[in-house]
Design a protein around this ligand. Structure first.
Ligand SMILES: [Zn+2]
Length: 832
């Protein structure tokens, strides 16, 4: 209101129209000035930006495009120790999933259909359609996503350079690249490339492969309707999939036909008769990723498959490519991939894994064949040198790989990496540390948790024994001491396990977390672990605590020999004969001290020599490792190592079913592979520079053993890193004044409710010696020092006899009638 008043006062002489035009002039003038200034500033910035940022990238991508043009096949190399040079393991021909078709074999209808739907001014623009670009910019300013406006040339560039970002910077770069490209290529070349490069779903790159796939014929034989249907797919291969979305495809096909008619490529009658045609797709047996269109009947090896997947993943990761583009580069980018394949080791793996006799006996009750995957890591480098993703003959390329793709709960094979190594590293336990093999807790239904696989509790024991016999109780208790988060961090951040979850919603809507006792101590993980990650995690033990992320190649170069991917600081140089020399090493980190790995190596060797992993024993080669078994024997694992190689083996079925096998099949497979791999190699044992000392300790207390400990069968000889050896004597075993051996240990809570087998808690002094025999047994009880000890003995009286063989062995030296195990059970029940 105030404003209008003012205006009226200051401009009384002018007419309303005059005032209006005067003010309009001022406003327009100001706006123009602002515009000009802004544009000038923007132009300056723009010029600098184009000069410094865009043009170098345009040049760079032109190089890439030239690369694709001149050499389409990539190759995977391995180091051949016998010749001392790199040899080709596999050539990846573009023809395997892309059959190049030249322009003269492409029907005019297909070209016209493409131009009609994708880029109607294609034949006249200079690589960029400014009208569409302007429209796209307008959309952008109105807050919509930057999309559309791309010419065929721009789409081709996106396809060749693989950059699929939708940033302004990317779009600007693409415009300059398109202009540059259009200057150097004819329209015919552009459309030919385009039609050979586009992704058309179901693993088909280019129109030739896709025509074969969807219509079972050659490109030149395509009808008008088929041409329109085919080109409809490329906009969104899953949305316009002729197999799964025939209606969508048909709808877009008809749109293409309308546009072709509108733009004068076909007559109305041609359009109508084409529209009247049904989709006549061929449902080939060849589906998914299998790339059998080439003449090669041999499939890639499991290793080659895994290398391809890793390079694709790394290209996506490091360059922001989408999967299609990264895949294109693999097959047609002329890449040189220097793999870590060790053909000798792979040969041994293949010998075991392709022999169906090694698997036939494990068919399930319902008739499922046993599945298995193995990953082998070289301890010297941390590189993955061999793997097998399935049993028997391989049936396709880039198929499901049980070594790298299968995720299954690792069971107890998680204990060394989730519990024991971290606990030793954190100085919480030693192999000699005493733990109580009793339940950790009581469930709400009164059951005790956890239970051991053997079904009984054995009371006080040392960590070494708990690892050897895979006691679940001790793993849970040590985990409790370590802390759940600490364990989780070790697994995810140090041992490189990438598949743990803390907030995972299952298909049924349940939310699961691996940050808990059963997953971290007993391996009941929500998603599971692959053998690939398991092998690399365990390899830290023989590698003195050095962890290296699993890698299958050292470097990948483009066709000019320029390194585009490197694992660590690997580099490659080529001599005049194009022979490669690779230098450098993978990026690694020390996650455990040598002290920790010394103890782990010692305990995991005991697993193989005398524990749950004896069927993995090798002749003439030191071996260490850990078994893993999941609920109802659905999955069985063995992860182990020699001084030279670490291998993780998983066995199980596609659909969960119990493995009925007396001996862990993973152990057996591991043993078969590793015994041949170890042939002729010197058994060096696990090397350590640490000074060690042996001493006799008590497995019930972890302290120096006394005569009482020896009497109780609890004295063990252990090797300690100097400084770690116990210095005080066991206070749990002692002789009372009557000369009876007493175990001074009490239990509360869930532990007190468990029945314990094999624990020697009381040994009556031998009656016939210097002293007179005690008159009454009753007096012994009154001499006991604590009430707790008395209760202990009472508890044990109720126990049934369930001796473990180990304890029997330990008691062999003593007269049987003097030992009271598992409570005061009658001596007559003792058996040999
Ligand atoms: Zn003792």
């Amino acid at each position: 209101m105030a404003k209008t008043k003012q205006k009226k006062q200051h401009a009384p002489a002018k007419t309303p129209a005059g005032r209006f035009f005067q003010r309009l002039g001022v406003i327009l003038g100001t706006l123009l000035l602002i515009c000009v200034t802004t544009c000038a500033i923007l132009a300056c910035y723009g010029a600098i930006y184009v000069q410094n940022v865009i043009m170098p990238e345009v040049e760079k991508s032109s190089i890439n495009m030239v690369t694709s043009e001149t050499d389409l096949s990539s190759a995977i190399y391995y180091y051949d120790h016998s010749s001392g040079s790199y040899a080709a393991a596999q050539t990846l021909y573009a023809s395997e999933n892309r059959v190049w078709v030249s322009l003269e074999d492409i029907p005019q209808n297909l070209i016209d259909a493409t131009v009609s739907i994708e880029d109607k001014r294609f034949w006249t623009h200079k690589g960029v359609d400014w009208r569409r670009t302007a429209a796209a910019v307008k959309y952008m300013f109105t807050g919509q996503r930057i999309q559309g406006g791309s010419t065929i040339t721009q789409q081709l560039i996106k396809n060749l350079t693989g950059n699929d970002e939708t940033t302004v910077r990317r779009k600007v770069l693409e415009i300059f690249e398109a202009l540059e490209f259009d200057r150097n290529h004819t329209k015919e070349e552009t459309i030919e490339w385009y039609l050979n490069a586009i992704y058309l779903g179901h693993g088909c790159y280019g129109v030739s492969t896709a025509t074969e796939k969807y219509f079972g014929k050659q490109v030149s034989e395509l009808t008008l309707a088929e041409c329109a249907s085919l080109i409809s797919i490329t906009n969104n291969p899953s949305k316009y999939d002729p197999y799964s979305q025939p209606d969508n495809n048909l709808q877009r096909r008809n749109l293409v036909l309308d546009l072709m008619c509108e733009q004068g490529y076909i007559s109305e009658s041609q359009r109508d008769s084409a529209k009247a045609e049904k989709l006549n797709c061929v449902y080939g047996s060849d589906t998914g990723n299998s790339e059998t269109l080439g003449s090669d009947s041999e499939y890639y090896s499991w290793y080659t498959d895994a290398v391809i997947e890793q390079v694709i993943a790394d290209l996506e990761d490091q360059y922001g490519y989408d999967e299609t583009t990264a895949t294109n580069l693999i097959y047609s980018g002329g890449l040189q991939i220097f793999s870590c394949l060790n053909p000798d080791v792979q040969k041994q793996v293949d010998a075991v894994y392709t022999d169906s006799a090694n698997f036939a006996q494990y068919a399930s009750r319902r008739g499922q064949a046993l599945r298995s995957g193995i990953t082998v890591v070289d301890n010297a480098t941390g590189a993955v040198v061999a793997l097998a993703g399935g049993a028997g003959e391989k049936v396709g390329n880039r198929i499901w790989n049980c070594a790298t793709d299968t995720l299954r709960p690792p069971g107890s094979s998680i204990k060394p990496i989730g519990v024991y190594a971290p606990a030793i590293e954190e100085d919480l336990v030693l192999p000699s540390s005493a733990e109580d093999d009793t339940p950790f807790m009581e469930n709400s239904d009164g059951t005790l948790w956890p239970v051991n696989s053997e079904g009984y509790y054995s009371g006080l024991t040392d960590v070494d024994h708990a690892v050897t016999e895979s006691l679940n109780t001790v793993a849970v208790k040590v985990l409790d001491t370590l802390g759940l988060q600490n364990s989780y961090n070790y697994l995810t951040e140090k041992f490189g396990i990438s598949t743990l979850v803390t907030n995972y919603e299952t298909s049924t809507g349940a939310v699961k977390s691996d940050l808990n006792y059963a997953p971290l101590a007993l391996g009941g993980l929500t998603k599971g672990i692959s053998t690939l990650e398991m092998a690399s995690a365990y390899a830290a033990f023989p590698r003195n605590g050095v962890y290296t992320h699993p890698y299958l190649y050292t470097v990948v170069t483009d066709s000019n020999g320029k390194v585009i991917l490197s694992n660590g600081d690997y580099d490659v140089a080529f001599d005049d004969n194009k022979q490669a020399t690779i230098t450098g090493q993978a990026s690694s980190k020390t996650i455990l001290s040598e002290r920790t790995t010394f103890y782990m190596n010692s305990m995991l060797q005991n697993v193989v020599t005398s524990g749950t992993g004896t069927s993995a024993r090798l002749s003439g080669m030191t071996a260490a490792g850990k078994t893993g078994t999941t609920t109802d024997d659905y999955d069985r694992w063995f992860v182990g190592y020699t001084p030279y190689y670490t291998a993780a083996v998983w066995t199980g079925y596609d659909s969960q079913e119990t493995i009925n096998a007396a001996v862990n099949p993973a152990c057996v497979l591991w043993q078969k592979v590793m015994s041949s791999v170890s042939q002729g190699a010197e058994d060096t044992g696990f090397q350590s520079t640490l000074q060690t000392v042996q001493c006799s300790y008590c497995s019930s207390s972890g302290k120096l053993a006394t005569a009482a400990c020896r009497a109780a069968g609890c004295a063990k000889t252990g090797t300690f890193v100097v400084g770690d050896e116990p210095t005080t004597y066991c206070d749990r075993h002692y002789y009372d004044s009557k000369g009876n051996m007493i175990l001074n240990y009490s239990r509360t809570g869930a532990a007190a409710k468990a029945r314990i087998s094999g624990e020697v808690s009381f040994i009556r002094k031998k009656p016939v010696k210097k002293k007179e025999p005690p008159k009454k047994a009753d007096t012994e009880k009154t001499d006991e020092e604590t009430a707790e000890t008395g209760e202990e003995a009472t508890d044990h009286e109720e126990q049934t006899e369930e001796d473990s063989p180990k304890d029997d062995e330990q008691q062999d030296e003593k007269p049987k009638d003097e030992t009271e195990t598992g409570g005061d059970t009658p001596e007559t029940e003792e058996t040999e």
